[in-house]
Design a protein. Structure first.
Length: 233
């Protein structure tokens, strides 16, 4: 048995641009999928136009609240039957800032071969385009919702970035992007560099890196726009 990690587009209507032929070719051979949101997964597979009848496929939910025991039982059953399966992310690469990592961990425990496929990763794309250190970097996921705690974490990340010359990456729920951006500008040092990578791979995407001092002279609206933030020296 093999477990394929299937990347999905970051932006709508970009599959034919950002996904290599290996992705639809692999999906065409699979009948079982683990996915965070089943409706999105079905729509993605339909959009690939690989001749799959969606009703004939088996989907297992795999989100942050899915009991690990459920996924383990499903993988054991597939292993016993010798059936390959795929893991689909909501956007980007499975297992990276994604609950699909649970299936991957369990697959390794069961001796199932894991096959990662090439596709877009917002984190790597942002890092590549930021101009910041790609030799030493850390991804922190989401920051705390509570503002005092969030500010505390932002200051800590800045300290790490400046002290270690290490790029600090994080994301936020899109409707809180503007609040996070504001907190960074208020609480980071004027010479600290901030990269904002927004709507990556979409027609209106942009990646901009400035010092905090320079960012304060600019107007930016990130509301409900998928964004990666990077702090560096």
């Amino acid at each position: 048995m093999k477990l394929y990690l299937i990347p999905t587009p970051l932006a709508d209507n970009t599959s034919n641009v950002v996904l290599p032929s290996q992705v639809p070719d692999s999906v065409k051979e699979l009948d079982v999928f683990f996915a965070e949101e089943l409706r999105t997964a079905r729509r993605f597979i339909s959009g690939l136009r690989v001749g799959k009848v969606i009703e004939s496929l088996t989907f297992y939910e795999l989100h942050k609240k899915t009991p690990e025991a459920d996924t383990l039982a499903q993988l054991k059953a597939l292993l016993k039957e010798g059936k390959d399966a795929g893991v689909l992310s909501e956007a980007g690469c499975p297992g990276v800032a994604d609950p699909g990592a649970v299936a991957v961990k369990l697959a390794h425990q069961l001796g199932i071969e894991v096959v990662p496929l090439v596709g877009p990763s917002s984190l790597l794309l942002a890092l590549m385009a930021s101009g910041m250190s790609g030799q030493s970097f850390v991804f922190h996921g989401y920051l705390p919702i509570d503002r005092p705690q969030r500010v505390k974490v932002i200051k800590s990340l800045e300290k790490e970035a400046l002290g270690r010359h290490q790029t600090q990456l994080f994301i936020e729920t899109p409707y809180r992007n503007n609040q996070v951006f504001e907190d960074i500008l208020i609480h980071c040092q004027p010479t600290t560099r901030l990269c904002v990578a927004c709507q990556l791979t979409a027609p209106d995407s942009f990646v901009k890196t400035y010092t905090i001092k320079d960012w304060k002279t600019k107007t930016l609206d990130l509301h409900k726009k998928p964004t990666v933030f990077l702090i560096g020296s």
